[in-house]
Design a binder for this molecule. Structure first.
Ligand SMILES: CCCCC/C=C\C/C=C\C/C=C\C/C=C\CCCC(=O)SCCNC(=O)CCNC(=O)[C@H](O)C(C)(C)COP(=O)(O)OP(=O)(O)OC[C@H]1O[C@@H](n2cnc3c(N)ncnc32)[C@H](O)[C@@H]1OP(=O)(O)O
Length: 194
């Protein structure tokens, strides 16, 4: 069952996604975009620590082990945390297109409860692109890449420029990022996008 709305459905005339020639090779790990990202940063003690990997075509995979700090009901993952795992995995698709994009809409189906200790195997792919709008989908399966589907999402990501972060982020973090040459390299990597 899918609760996809028209907002997350590509309009007629949307283009099939094109893998960028400089996209990471299938199997290559896509590094964290920001050390203090709750989804992928190594600097967040109770974060999800997702490590996303490039897949075939315009797709990515990742694994998320549910920890005690991620509970909603006793012994079960919080739905918002699972949505975050889907969102972060979908965010990795920007690296395959070589665009910076943020979540505009995330429509999530919770199909099965996910116990603490379980590993959620996540997969996301771009379905279509229309201008700045990137239509994509993701699933999270319990225990194995072909395990039972626990969560799935349809999403609309919107391409933005670096200024989106510079103009909207809190000053102290933005200044710290701009002072870090490695982080600037990550942020600027997509600016020239033929
Ligand atoms: C130097 C410092 C930089 C440091 C950064 C470091 C690294 C950066 C690299 C990568 C980071 C990138 C991503 C992170 C990766 C993963 C994390 C997971 C992803 C997230 O967690 S990310 C956070 C949550 N996310 C937001 O924080 C967005 C808040 N939001 C906005 O900032 C605006 O809302 C925005 C920009 C989305 C759009 O604003 P806008 O003004 O640019 O464009 P506009 O409104 O015109 O929309 C254009 C077309 O999209 C349609 N549209 C828009 N929104 C829609 C919706 N909700 N439903 C249906 N349609 C929608 C319109 O209807 C129109 O469609 P049409 O063109 O057909 O009319």
């Amino acid at each position: 069952m899918s609760g996809r709305t028209t907002a997350a459905t590509p309009p007629p005339g949307a283009a099939p996604p094109a893998r960028h020639p400089e996209a990471p090779a299938p199997g290559e790990i896509i590094g964290s975009h920001y050390e203090y990202c709750f989804g992928c940063g190594g600097g967040v003690a109770h974060g999800l620590h997702l490590q996303t990997r490039a897949g075939e075509g315009v797709s990515v995979t990742a694994e998320f082990q549910v920890k005690e700090a991620h509970q909603g009901a006793p012994g079960l993952a919080h739905g918002g945390v699972l949505a975050t795992a889907l969102d972060e995995t979908l965010g990795g698709l920007g690296w395959l297109l070589r665009v910076i994009a943020v979540t505009g809409r995330l429509e999530t189906d919770f199909v099965r409860p996910v116990p603490v200790g379980a590993v959620l195997h996540l997969e996301a792919e771009v379905v279509a692109v229309a201008g700045r709008k990137i239509f994509c989908t993701a699933t999270g399966r319990i225990g194995a890449p072909d395990g039972p589907v626990a969560v799935r999402a349809d999403a609309l990501f919107i391409e933005v420029k670096i200024d989106h972060f510079i103009e909207n982020g809190r000053k102290q973090e933005i200044q710290a990022v701009l002072a870090d040459p490695d982080q600037v390299k990550v942020a600027r990597a997509f600016e020239v996008n033929p």
